[in-house]
Design a binder for this molecule. Sequence first.
Ligand SMILES: [Mg+2]
Length: 122
Amino acid sequence: MVKLLIVDDDLPTCDFLRLFFEKRQYEVFTAQDGEDALAIVKEKQPDIILLDIKMGGISGIEVLRRIKDICSNAKVIMMTGVKEEVVIDLAKEYGAIDYITKPFSLEHLEKDVMPKVVKQLL
Ligand SMILES: [Mg+2]
């Protein structure tokens, strides 16, 4: 089973994505802030992480940087409300493999983004 961590400070987004991916046989973990996310990364070593950029506390970009220190193999996809090139470039520099802009379509996530990422796990 592919282990997926969803990190977003918006609980409905976490719940919605959890449901969607559990139905598709992913083992799903969720976190609503960076501290929790990093604890889960250490404990569960997720394969794929969907990571919100704008969160209270530690920012998504800083969380990404720390994730890469703990678990450099994790495939991280950033989620952003605003498409800010500077932030996206920084995320790529820190090793994020892709990003999606909110509100994103689940179809895009399922059909375009995830297959590419899952392929990299093999
Ligand atoms: Mg947010």
